[in-house]
Design a protein around this ligand. Structure first.
Ligand SMILES: *[C@@H]1O[C@H](CO)[C@@H](O)[C@H](O)[C@H]1NC(C)=O
Ligand SMILES: *[C@@H]1O[C@H](CO)[C@@H](O)[C@H](O)[C@H]1NC(C)=O
Length: 287
């Protein structure tokens, strides 16, 4: 009888977990996710780490797949048995899982596919110090969980760091996946050359407060005014190769702001800019 009650309680708990993304998450046994680690916290939001030169894409996929399996939270809430699956794109919603932080650092990966991160909400996603990381491959929705999930692709992360990687301009599009959630995006010390504001990827980051682009090879800012980023307060372009701002680059430097209470500090120090007599070496503040 006691066994039956325990079994019943177990079933109730796992069923509940399957429908409620805010249920506390349990970490899988450590050996199932090695060389990555999952550390539970009192808040039920684990922190994850995949650190070091042995880390591969397969390790990351396994980590997230095991977390979903152990907590019985499939990505799209579809049936466990694939033969039972009836595609209904409109009816599918993501089952979010919430993670405090994910450290993906000091790897020798050259490319990262973001598919395992879909449906995760990270307070911090830190993928810094991956000196060979040149590209972020966007998830192919048709390949997600055996082709089941056909809904929108989204990852939520409040702080996203890809500092000291080897990302070039093609990586820009990858960040639009965080569109409504990212408040601090840090891409210091990469190989970015152009900030193209007219294309959608930056405009879509509606919650952005801080954008760190120091120590890149940026020589041109195309487009004007971060008008869609109403919360942007810090834009760090220090130590790049900007030699002119052009008439459209920062209209904000010449005309009063449209949003009266918007305050934006732009650091343009250590570029090739001349400000009448000399180099602009102090952070350029615009209020
Ligand atoms: C988990 O993440 C989802 C999606 O961002 C959010 O709506 C929900 O409030 C979060 N739950 C917890 C417990 O943080
Ligand atoms: C901009 O980034 C550089 C390099 O990391 C740093 O030294 C500087 O303090 C930053 N500027 C501001 C205004 O935070």
């Amino acid at each position: 009888m006691l066994r039956f009650v325990i079994l019943l309680a177990f079933l109730v708990v796992t069923q509940f977990a399957a429908v409620s993304y805010s249920a506390p998450l349990t970490c899988p046994p450590p050996n199932e996710v090695l060389p990555c680690t999952c550390t539970s916290s009192a808040t039920g939001k684990p922190s994850l780490a995949c650190i070091g030169p042995t880390i591969s894409q397969a390790n990351i996929e396994r980590l997230f797949a095991r977390i979903r399996a152990v907590n019985a939270i499939p990505l799209d809430g579809g049936p466990e048995d694939p033969s039972q699956y009836t595609p209904s794109p409109s009816g599918k919603t993501l089952n979010w899982i919430n993670i405090t932080r994910f450290d993906l650092t000091n790897t020798e990966m050259t490319s990262l596919n973001n598919a395992p991160l879909i449906g995760c909400h990270f307070d911090v996603l830190d993928a810094s110090n991956n000196p060979l990381l040149r590209e972020i491959v966007l998830a192919d929705i048709n390949k997600l969980i055996n082709g089941h999930y056909r809904g929108g692709i989204s990852v939520e992360a409040e702080t996203v760091r890809f500092d000291h990687c080897a990302l070039g301009d093609s990586a820009w599009t990858a960040f639009s996946i965080f569109r409504l959630s990212v408040r601090h995006l840090s891409l210091k010390n990469n190989a970015l050359t152009i900030v193209e504001y007219r294309s959608d990827y930056l405009k879509q980051l509606r919650a952005l407060e801080r954008l760190d682009l120091a120590d890149n090879r940026i020589y041109e800012i195309r487009g004007s005014q971060f008008t869609e980023n109403h919360y942007l307060q810090h834009l760090n372009l220090s130590r790049n190769r900007i030699s002119s701002l052009g008439p459209a680059a920062f209209k904000i430097l010449h005309t009063p702001f449209e949003v009266a209470d918007k305050r934006l500090t732009i650091d343009l120090s250590l570029n090739n800019l001349y400000n009448g007599q000399g180099m602009v070496s102090e952070p350029y503040k615009v209020h």
